[in-house]
Design a protein around this ligand. Sequence first.
Ligand SMILES: [Zn+2]
Length: 329
Amino acid sequence: MSFSIAPDLADFIQGLPKTETHLHIEGALPWDFMRRIDAVKYAEPPDSWANDYKYNDFAHFEEHLLGLAFQWYTSPEKYHEAAKAIFAAHVAAGVRYVETSFASGVVEFLGLDGKAVCDAIVAAKPPELELRVFMGIHHSGFIPAMLPIIEKSLTWKNLTGLDLHGTETLPIDPITPRIWQEARDAGKVTKAHAGEFCGPDFVRYVMDELGITRIQHGVRAAEDPFLPKELAERGVILDVCPISNHKLVPGIRLENHPIRALFDAGVKVTISTDDPLTFGNTISEEYAVLHDITGFSRNELKQICRYGLENALVDDETKAAWLEEMPKN
Ligand SMILES: [Zn+2]
């Protein structure tokens, strides 16, 4: 199942020079790879691909995702192979710039070499795409055995930065602010998932205590009467995943999605797919549903696309060339 897109709208979306900056590489495994694991068991995509599907809670979602993804992701070579297919699809969809993360859990729980995983993903980049790779660390991922690896990761050339992810409602390890500061001191970019399952207070926490200006989701910031304006004034970017929220976050549907209020308040919002393996979405569909269901005009879709390009971690010349590709009408 997928959201239908009128041909004229599909052409318009295809022509946008898009970005995708909130994408978990494990959650981006193309369904064909599941069929390669077991053609009979995975002949059809899961129920969660249905347009009106809703997960019970984050644990339900995470169990589903990990149960699928880690049948494939067992080595850096497997990361490389999947990443090649994932990025080829980006190029075909007219995406110019991707930021993706891999889970530090593969080091912690599977014993994989994090640097080799990072390098394998970067090596899968097609020439048409700019790519930045982050390591996602869950709230409890700062265990003693992981700390030296996390510290060391700040020297990996191919690692652009760190992202805080996993179950948002779990307590934050007190070491997190220090690590995030060290990462920036080492020239890395820091992000954090916030405002998906926790409310405005946690969004404020990651801004004020972790020094974050790039928030993954952040949509529940809209529940606070003052926070959206503050996000806009501080130039904080929210990498929003509308279909993911629609299928996972209690109370949020595309029809009432807070991206509308955030955008109207002047917040720099971008859109991404998060985990298409479990949501069955594509980046083009994200644009289409914002237009057809959430009520964004084509000009507003262009502005969202522009926010993504303007905030890409590339030189000004590249950025200007991409912005020049934006359809004039
Ligand atoms: Zn995410």
